[in-house]
Design a protein around this ligand. Structure first.
Ligand SMILES: [Zn+2]
Ligand SMILES: [Zn+2]
Length: 399
């Protein structure tokens, strides 16, 4: 099978790898139909995630079809269409029992991190009964794919950790995939204002379409002043940080109002300052963490009920053969106007060491058929023999 493999900072390959097998009775083997690239994958590529070894198949977001299950998997069987959670959970360790599968003693975020992940034609999913979710017939694969990580993260780590209440004023700093997912999820709680801050006009325009009441391009560094103006100097009730940078961390601290909650989603690769000298008098709460993905079943129901549509987050659809180009697009998101890039499997077939796109596959079939035609001594040059060539193709494919 083919997979996206990490080989140290800046080095990524689309390579042939051995198809994974069931290793434990709780495992499932899933044939991936759709996968996508996460900001965390870019952090890995930049060498920012120390736990990822050279040779690791990366990716932690995927949907697919169950190919095989271990002996103790009871909820899934081969042929089931499933959504793969980015979080692996044993279900019985102390953290799982406390409702924190994100920190499962033998799981958590391990897919595409400490074990091989989803950017491959097949993936082994440990504790499949907990890590897989059946996809209802009315929900498409690519919409379900948005629930592997980003929508639950926006909801759980942004909106729910941010304790958003009806009528609240909310700011979302960072309109990347997860910030925009938080914008979708915050609408469940009917906030009176949702102010979205970014420096990418395309993403801000999308935020406006997804329900932001105000958008601020902070290229001029004036977001603090403008948010305080929009809130009569009071600041916001919930500030969701969805970037992971010291400057955005500072901004959410500057705009949080009395009694407010800062919810940190951003993943930091460097330390960021906490300005306690100005925060302590404001009786605020700061929360952060990794998504538990416990809301996936409810989110699937919400999509079925027509109350949530994550599909506007998908800006690009590419065949898996173009995975490395997809990384380039995602790494230049502002230039490419990219949010979520869906990589589709099943549009390519493997020929020896080569992975072929549909067009290349047609060329290959034509080449092979023409080689046979010529070797049978019909004497015609391939490029002049269109009619006979078509007939031969039909005949040979019927063999
Ligand atoms: Zn992700
Ligand atoms: Zn556990």
């Amino acid at each position: 099978m083919f997979a996206v493999v990490y080989h140290g900072p800046g080095k990524l390959g689309l390579e042939k790898r051995t198809k994974p097998t069931i290793q434990a009775p709780t495992d499932a083997l899933v044939r991936v139909t759709h996968t996508t690239i996460c900001g965390t994958d870019l952090a890995i590529l930049q060498g920012g995630v120390a736990t990822v070894d050279n040779g690791r198949i990366i990716g932690h977001e995927g949907v697919g079809v169950v190919e095989a299950v271990g002996g103790s998997v009871t909820h899934f069987k081969p042929g089931d269409r499933v959504l793969i959670s980015c979080i692996t959970a044993c279900g019985h360790c102390p953290q799982c029992r406390r409702g924190l599968p994100s920190n499962c003693a033998s799981g958590g975020w391990i897919l595409g991190n400490t074990i091989d992940g989803c950017q491959a034609e097949y993936v082994r999913v440990p504790y499949a009964d907990n890590g897989l979710h059946p996809i209802p017939a009315s929900v498409s694969d690519e919409v379900a794919l948005m629930l592997s990580d980003i929508v639950p993260t926006g909801l759980e780590v942004g909106v729910m950790n941010g304790d958003v209440q009806f009528g609240d004023v909310v700011a979302i700093v960072g309109a990347g995939p997860v910030g925009l997912a938080a914008l979708l999820a915050v609408q469940f709680f009917s906030p009176s204002q949702v102010i979205v801050v970014d420096i990418d006009e395309h993403r801000l325009a999308l935020a406006q379409r997804l329900g932001a009441t105000a958008t601020i391009n902070n290229r001029d560094g004036e977001a603090r002043v403008r948010i305080l103006a929009l809130t009569n100097g009071r600041g916001v009730d919930t500030a969701i940080e969805a970037v992971g940078h010291p400057l955005t961390c500072k901004l959410v601290q500057e705009i949080i109002g009395v009694g407010g909650t800062i919810a940190n989603i951003g993943v930091y690769s460097q330390s960021a300052e906490l300005y306690k000298q100005s925060l302590w008098v404001k009786n605020i709460t700061i929360r952060m963490g990794v998504v538990n993905t416990t809301t996936i079943p409810l989110l699937l129901q919400t999509i079925q009920g027509g109350k949530l549509d994550p599909s506007p987050l998908i800006t690009h659809r590419l065949p898996f053969t173009d995975a490395l180009r997809a990384y380039d697009i995602f790494a230049n998101a502002a230039r490419e106007q990219a949010v979520k890039i869906v990589l589709r499997m099943g549009e390519a077939q493997v020929d020896g060491e080569r992975l072929l796109t549909e067009a290349a596959l047609v060329d290959l079939i034509v080449d092979r058929v023409m080689a046979r035609v010529v070797s049978r001594g019909c004497g015609r040059s391939p490029d002049r023999a269109t009619t006979s060539h078509q007939r031969e193709v039909t005949h040979d494919l019927d063999d």
